[in-house]
Design a protein around this ligand. Structure first.
Ligand code: AMP
Ligand code: ZN
Length: 487
């Protein structure tokens, strides 16, 4: 499999540290607000990577952090603490905010069919590990204390700008304009490992540390949480492109300084979802969430397909028209799959192998999901039996996560019920009282007479008619039922 590696700026043949095993780390959400659909694009594309590696037979360990402390609004060391900002906005505690938005995030993941990572670790659960790493960095001379905080000293590194050597300015994506310089820093790019004195006098979450009561910087959490579960050698680290600098750049700086060797081989960055006005971001105020889409009646799978139809290394512009098109395409795809006949028996292995080759060709080329979606149509068009098509579509959808077989089964069931309803209506038999009070006992007998007639048991039908007649009840047959009168 060829995978683009942001470290080398090349598509590279994927390899792992341990044969057959992939250690995959994902920067998780900062849980101070709902995830916007741009964030969810990133998690969805990472999900396809995770699922494709499993499809290829790798034993994948996927770890994700939950940022519930330390992430400042600049992505660097300035600005407001995002969690504090969320808590203030909603008049709640930081932990209440964290719990609420963590649950909301995983609810979005569930609706978008994003597999829940094997390990989920909130930053606030790993403070001792952060402190330990900072102690080692201080011992090794990679960190210093100044103004009460502990900083990483980037001048001690041979190379700091690991992702983009030549276009330093391009790397400043995450850094907002107009932020003040921190006078404690020895070098412009030094970053905080541990805050004790900061402008957040009312910081809600604080812990004791060898450097005083305070809280960790944002970057340290991903290095520590990754190492805690994946060990010293990581295969793939994922995130949105804005994470490349400064977050991932700083993660590499501190991890490799701590370990004394290379840490992670592949860096997988998803480009942004933009709206007409530019990058989608929470700091802009109004932003689109998955619930906004579903409240408008869109199936989350339509959004998933919208994202899969474009490559993860291209910016994607969100438009309602684009989403409408994806919804139409999704429904048509499901209808075509619903029309396939289910049956038992062996799969046409020759056909399945040919179809799998196309699917793999697409995803082996740096996860080309849009071609992988096209491979679904190849299955539908292929000259083979429906059983084989359904089996192969099921395999592919285990990677694409479009819920195709379940949606098709649901559609088939709906179609069955609609047909039954239509048949029922066509054969409905209505019994109505005319000029007298309705009498359920009489009506039941009239229906019994109808059933007897349908079963060609005319003797029984006549017997009922005579019995009712003896009670003074006259039956008048009409199209679609009967009327009765009491004489
Ligand atoms: P956050 O919760 O802000 O830490 O972001 C969660 C994930 O979404 C990170 O991997 C970000 O890099 C990514 N991200 C942020 N903005 C966008 C966007 N507009 N499009 C795609 N991914 C994004
Ligand atoms: Zn991270």
């Amino acid at each position: 499999m060829l995978l683009y590696n942001s470290l080398t700026h090349n598509k590279e043949e994927f390899f792992t540290n341990e044969p057959g095993k992939v250690k995959l780390y994902t920067c998780g959400p900062t849980v101070y607000h709902y995830a916007h659909i741009g964030n969810l694009r990133t998690y969805m594309m990472e999900d396809v990577l995770d699922k494709y590696l499993r499809y290829l037979g790798y034993d994948v360990l996927r770890v994700m952090n939950i940022t519930d402390v330390g992430h400042l609004s600049s992505d660097a060391d300035t600005g407001e603490d995002k969690m504090l900002k969320g808590a203030r906005r909603e008049h709640k505690t930081v932990m209440e905010i964290a719990k609420f938005y963590t649950d909301a995030f995983f609810d979005d993941c569930r609706r978008l069919n994003i597999r829940i990572p094997d390990v989920i670790e909130p930053a606030t659960g790993c403070i001792p590990e952060f402190i330990h790493m900072i102690e080692v960095l201080l011992e090794k001379g990679y960190a210093y204390q100044a103004g009460g905080n502990v900083y990483f000293d980037t001048s001690k590194l041979k190379e700091y700008y690991v992702f983009n050597k030549h276009e330093e300015e391009d790397l400043m994506v995450g850094v907002r304009e107009g932020v003040e310089e921190d006078v404690n820093k020895r070098n412009k790019n030094d970053f905080v490992l541990w805050f004790t004195k900061s402008k957040f006098e009312d910081q809600a979450l604080k812990w004791d540390s060898p450097w005083g009561v305070g809280y960790p910087g944002w970057h340290i959490e991903c290095s520590c949480i990754s190492m805690k579960h994946c060990g010293e050698y990581l295969d793939i680290h994922c995130g949105g492109i804005d994470n490349a600098f400064p977050h991932h750049t700083n993660e590499i700086a501190q991890s490799e300084a701590y370990l004394g060797h290379k840490w992670c081989n592949f860096w997988f960055h998803v480009l942004h979802l933009n709206d007409a006005s530019g990058k989608m971001s929470k700091s802009k105020g109004a932003f689109l969430t998955l619930s906004v889409l579903t409240d408008k009646g869109y199936d989350p799978m339509a959004y998933r397909l919208f994202c899969l139809q474009s490559h993860y290394r291209r910016n994607l512009v969100f438009t309602w028209e684009g989403l409408d098109n994806a919804a139409v395409t999704y429904n048509k795809l499901v209808a075509r799959i619903a029309a396939l006949k289910e049956s038992d028996g062996a799969v046409d292995e020759e056909a399945a192998a040919a179809l799998r080759a196309k699917f793999r060709e697409a995803l082996d080329n740096d996860l080309n999901t849009s071609l992988a979606v096209t491979a679904l149509y190849d299955v539908l068009k292929y000259k083979t039996d429906d059983r084989t098509k359904l089996a192969v579509l099921g395999e592919f959808d285990a990677v694409l996560g479009l819920n195709l077989l379940d949606a098709a089964a649901k559609k088939r069931e709906e179609q069955k019920q609609a047909a039954a309803q239509a048949a029922k209506q066509a054969g409905a038999y209505t019994v109505v009282a005319e000029g007298c009070e309705p009498d359920t006992a009489v009506e039941e007998q009239i229906r019994a007479r109808y059933d007897a007639k349908k079963a060609k048991n005319f003797a029984e039908a006549d017997r009922i008619r005579d019995e009712l007649k003896a009670q003074g009840i006259e039956i008048i047959d009409v199209p679609g039922g009967a009327k009765y009168r009491k004489n």
